[in-house]
Design a protein around this ligand. Sequence first.
Ligand code: NAG
Length: 252
Amino acid sequence: MVKIAFNSALAQKAIAKEGEVLVAEKDPETASVYTNENSTGRCLLTLLGLAFILTGLIVGGACIYRYFIPKHKLYHGGMHFTEMDSNILPDTMETREPYYLPRIDEDLEIRDNMAIINVPVPEFAETDPAAILHDFDRKLTAYLDLQLDTCYVIPLNTSVVMPPRDLLDLFLQLMTASYNTYLIHEDLVVTERIDDVSELGFYIYELCEGKDTYRMQRRSDIIGIQKRSLGNCFKIRHFENKFVTETKICRA
Ligand SMILES: *[C@@H]1O[C@H](CO)[C@@H](O)[C@H](O)[C@H]1NC(C)=O
C-alpha cells in the first residue's frame, strides 16, 4: 500500500521556492499500519459500495425500461389512395404509379379489445391530426381532434372498422408491401354535448376527460336536416380497413 502524504507535500509546497520540483512523499510505515487495522472495515466498505452501485444499476435500469420502452407496441402503416369514387375496385388501381398518389400514414396500438389510431399532421391535405379510439367492448368510436382539442363520439361501425386482430394483420402486411387503395367519404353531424364522459367507458374517458365532448350521428340518419352546413366543418382522414375514410364532422 502506498499512501501519498498530501499534508506533508502541501506543507512543503507552502514553503517551497519557485522552480523547485515537488515529488509526492512515500510513507510505507503509515500505510502498513493503516492496512492492518482497517482491512476488514475497508472490505465491508467496498462491499457496501458495490451493493450501492448494483442497486443503482437495477433501479436505473428499471426506470429506463419503464419510461423509454413503451408499454404497448405501436405499429406504423401507410397507404396510397386515389380520391376517386369508392365504387371503383382497389384492384383497378394497380396500374397507377403509387408515387403520384397521396399517402396517409398512421400508428396503431391494440390494447384489450380496442384499437387506438394516431393520425399525424398531414403533409398536404387540409385535414386534422387526430387520435381515434375504437372500443369494441363498448361499441363506440371516439375521435379526438388534436387541432380543436375536442372529442366526438359515435357508435362503432363494424362494417368500416376491422376487428383488432384483423387490423393488426393489415398493419403487418403494410410493413412489407406498398398498398394502393381508394377513399370513401363519411358525413357526420354533431348532435349533443356529453357532460359526463365517464359513461363512455374507461378508455374513452381517459382520452376525452377534460375536453369538450360531443355525440354525433351520420347525416343520412338524421331526418329533417338534410341541407349541407357550409361552415363549421372539419375533416379527418384515416384508415381502419383496406380503404381510407375521410370523416367530415359538422356542427349542425
Ligand atoms: C357504416 O358505414 C358504411 C359506410 O360508410 C355505411 O354505409 C353504413 O350505413 C354504416 N353503418 C352504420 C350502422 O352506421
